[in-house]
Design a binder for this molecule. Structure first.
Ligand SMILES: C[S@@+](CC[C@H](N)C(=O)[O-])C[C@H]1O[C@@H](n2cnc3c(N)ncnc32)[C@H](O)[C@@H]1O
Length: 329
């Protein structure tokens, strides 16, 4: 599996901004934050990041993983609209500005996105996000406009081509989520992307948002190969995985030995425009055996398990290159 790396300018910014704290302090803060995230579920509107050190710890231990999740989701959107050149980006619940760094990755829209707007409630996140943006080689990131806003209230701005909210929905009070989705859609000129942790709870939020947006005329762009109700049943949940490189500080703060971590995420991209479409999506690791490959697919007619044998040479060749999350034709 390919590893996703943070861009050099962001890595430099993080290294310098995090120098104000010792690795030990950040590690302790990371442990406290993780504890707060775990024990305050559902988060339901509680403020988790309360100090400059909390914001720094978030950037040290979560930003690389959420950066990768956003990048992986936006890659699928890009594949669906290869000619689309979004110019404006709105990031809602921006934290330290993760989304704009992902959306301007060289594989995505580094040249066309020139007006970036970020909404965030926590002053400490905004301060850190602005400082990190100061290291960016792209003017669009350095000149991004930050607004201190509580997104559970009315925050309407002008509509943007691409709207993203990443790892935010699950933090909002349950009774404010439907109105929040309404506002996101109102502010979406072309495509809206919602990303959540790859857990059953995260998937539940994505499924609800998808259902709501379908009733408002949204067309599903990714990951689903159809606009119908999600066919997942029971305790099953649709999620994907990507691998992120860990920095030395990241390894210290997370007490991890490995040079990478695997991040699971759920997402949906909905658009006002019709995308290319795919025939099916691989929703589990392909099981590669001698002479055959087992695939679990989401298709327009529901979830399908299929076996591709070596006898079908062309299909077998294609199937050998598939990964969890690939589209399959
Ligand atoms: C888990 S972080 C995600 C940050 C960033 N989007 C990312 O993917 O790395 C959630 C962010 O949502 C912000 N947030 C939560 N509730 C909010 C609210 N009511 N208004 C504005 N921002 C909020 C938090 O302050 C935090 O920065």
């Amino acid at each position: 599996m390919a590893k996703i790396e943070l861009p050099t300018d962001l890595r430099t910014g993080l290294k310098q901004q995090l120098e104000a704290f010792s690795a030990k302090e950040l590690a302790q803060c990371v442990a406290d934050l993780s504890h707060r995230y775990r024990t305050n579920l559902p988060i339901d509107g509680q403020r988790i990041v309360q100090s400059p050190k909390d914001a720094a710890a978030y950037a040290a231990f979560r930003l690389p993983a959420t950066y990768g999740g956003v990048y992986a989701a936006l890659r699928q959107v890009r594949a669906q609209f290869p000619q689309w050149q979004p110019q404006t980006l709105l990031d809602v619940g921006a934290g330290p500005g993760t989304v704009m760094w992902s959306a301007t990755h060289p594989d995505l829209w580094p040249e066309t996105l020139h007006k970036i707007t970020l909404l965030e409630r926590e002053a400490n996140m905004i301060t850190l996000g602005r400082r990190l943006a100061g290291y960016a080689s792209l003017a669009s990131i350095r000149e991004a406009r930050w607004h201190a806003v509580d997104i559970t209230e009315r925050w309407g701005t002008t509509p943007h081509d691409l709207v993203v909210t990443s790892y935010v929905l699950g933090e909002l009070p349950r009774n404010s989520r439907a109105a929040f989705i309404d506002q996101l859609w109102e502010m979406t000129k072309h495509t809206l992307v919602i990303i959540e942790p790859g857990t059953p709870i995260g998937f539940g939020h994505i499924r609800e948002a998808r259902d709501q947006l379908r009733t408002m005329g949204g067309k599903v762009v990714a990951p689903c190969p159809h606009d119908r109700p999600c066919p997942m049943e029971g305790a099953d949940w649709c999620h994907f995985r990507h691998r992120v490189t860990r920095s030395r500080l990241h390894r210290q703060t997370k007490a991890g030995e490995l040079g990478y971590e695997d991040e699971k995420f759920c997402f949906v991209a909905m658009s006002r425009a019709q995308s290319r479409g795919i025939q099916s999506r691989v929703i589990r690791h392909p099981q590669v055996r001698k002479g055959h490959i087992r695939l679990q697919l989401c298709t327009p007619t529901g979830l399908v398990g299929t076996v591709v044998t070596r006898k079908d040479r062309e299909l077998f060749r294609q199937a050998r290159n598939l990964e969890w999350g690939s589209s399959f034709h």
